[in-house]
Design a protein around this ligand. Structure first.
Ligand SMILES: Cc1cc2nc3c(=O)[nH]c(=O)nc-3n(C[C@H](O)[C@H](O)[C@H](O)COP(=O)(O)OP(=O)(O)OC[C@H]3O[C@@H](n4cnc5c(N)ncnc54)[C@H](O)[C@@H]3O)c2cc1C
Length: 407
């Protein structure tokens, strides 16, 4: 590879960092410039709503690698700079400090930003979002015992924040507009299980509860529901989804539709531009369809696939999607996508907080959600990848060693 080539990566998050590292691992000898808007080196977001919010770990523990490691790998990491435009004809990017940088290959790994609550008062200082280290530093300062926390949104982020809120002695109410928690990502059995867990720990969960208004003076004092209920609040967290950061790509004329459109090789509609992570709407070779995923394993794998494309190799993005979530002392690990299942088999005991739910479609295991069952999760991963046909009674029978089913 020509050592004079330049790869510019826009977005120093999980995908951008893993892409830069993979380029070096794959023998890329050119220059790598990794540009990040945030003032810190690339960091892991998952602990933000878990151990970091709880104050159990410090900031540096979040860093994917220490700042010095970038120089060692000859990766020119520049933080605190925002890319404002891409000029595809000139092969340059413009920065908010007036600088222009020329590229041979460009990678877009701009992630996403929280969906804003479309209500008056949502910009008041005690309304918080959970995406960046800065968000959590601001939020953490208000996590004091006895404070009344209202969380809007019953997805992972809302639930993880609720668990930390309880641990820190806050009075937590969680409102979800849909009739069940985690509705986008799992089946009704898990939704019901998690509602039970949170209620047991003292979270006041309101399902099917749309938020109508935020009332108060300088701060929000009440979250008003559509049925007229007024929930008193010292603190509000909004966790209602993510908007992919696609504006740069759009302005540059790349194909965008709920994410930057990329193929199996993380290639955009421009042969010199790849994209990876939360900002992409990508082809997945295993699923045989296009989707947008918000997960670390996806950002990492796609980062590696994009690096291979830059190096002139063709490595397809074909991993089975997987994810995890920590709430209280429960480790949830999920693999596959359960939408479209026609049967659920529970192995183990929900009452004992140790079980795995197998989702079957015409007898084939398409997804597994495991709670405090890392071994079942590992085997489940293999089952889903192999599109294993399994007998429901055998799956449920704890006498049967699960591993024996995947041989
Ligand atoms: C609180 C929280 C908890 C999570 N928990 C889990 C979990 O348990 N398991 C899991 O698998 N996933 C989890 N996720 C999701 C996971 O963190 C994301 O999927 C992952 O970070 C995506 O990586 P990314 O590189 O695509 O985007 P990001 O990590 O968001 O990185 C994108 C970066 O690009 C920068 N950027 C954007 N535009 C520009 C620009 N114009 N110029 C310069 N820089 C720019 C942004 O500032 C950002 O730093 C969690 C996410 C959050 C927020």
């Amino acid at each position: 590879m020509n050592t004079n080539t330049v790869t510019v990566i826009i977005g120093a998050g999980q995908a951008g960092c893993d892409l830069a590292t993979a380029l070096r691992q794959q023998g890329y000898a050119g220059r790598i410039i990794l540009l990040g808007e945030e003032p810190v080196p690339p960091y892991r977001r998952p602990p933000l709503s878990k151990t970091y919010l709880a104050g159990d770990i410090g900031e540096e523990a979040l860093y994917i690698k220490p700042r010095a490691a970038y120089a060692k790998q000859d990766i020119d990491l520049r933080t605190g700079v925002r890319v404002t435009a891409i000029d595809r004809q000139a092969h340059t990017v413009s920065l908010d400090n007036g600088e222009r940088i020329a590229y041979d290959k460009l990678a877009i790994t701009t992630g996403g930003r929280p969906r804003l609550l479309p209500l008056a008062g949502a910009d008041k200082p005690n309304v918080h979002y959970v995406r960046t280290l800065e968000d959590i530093n601001r939020l953490r300062a208000h996590f004091a015992p006895g404070r009344r926390l209202v969380i809007i949104g019953g997805g992972y982020i809302g639930l993880e924040a609720a668990a930390v809120g309880i641990k820190k002695g806050l009075a937590v109410t969680l409102v979800e507009a849909l009739p069940r928690l985690l509705a986008r990502v799992t089946g009704p059995e898990l939704s019901q299980y998690y509602a039970g867990v949170h209620r047991r720990h003292g979270v006041d969960i309101r399902l099917g509860a749309g938020v109508e208004a935020l009332e108060g003076g300088e701060q929000v004092e009440f979250v008003v529901l559509q049925d007229g209920t007024r929930l008193p609040a010292d603190l509000v967290i909004v966790g209602i989804g993510l908007v992919p950061n696609t504006e740069l790509a759009e302005q540059a004329g790349l194909e965008v539709d709920n994410g930057i459109i990329v193929d199996l090789y993380a290639q955009t509609s421009d042969p010199d531009i790849v994209a990876a992570g939360d900002c992409t709407n990508h082809d997945n070779g295993f699923l045989g369809r296009r989707l947008r995923l918000e997960s670390v394993p996806n950002a990492s794998e796609q980062g590696r696939v994009a690096a291979a494309s830059i190096c002139g190799q063709r490595v397809a993005h074909a991993g089975v999607p997987w994810f995890w979530s920590d709430q209280y002392d429960l480790k949830l690990q999920m693999v596959g996508l359960s939408q479209g299942h026609d049967r659920v088999v529970i192995r183990g005991s929900m009452d004992a907080d140790s079980f795995a739910a197998f989702y079957l479609q015409e007898g084939v295991v398409i997804a597994v959600d495991a709670v405090n069952r890392p071994q079942d999760f590992m085997v489940g991963k293999k089952m889903v990848a192999a599109r294993l046909k399994a007998d429901p009674a055998t799956l449920a029978d704890e006498i049967v060693v699960l591993k024996s089913l995947v041989a």
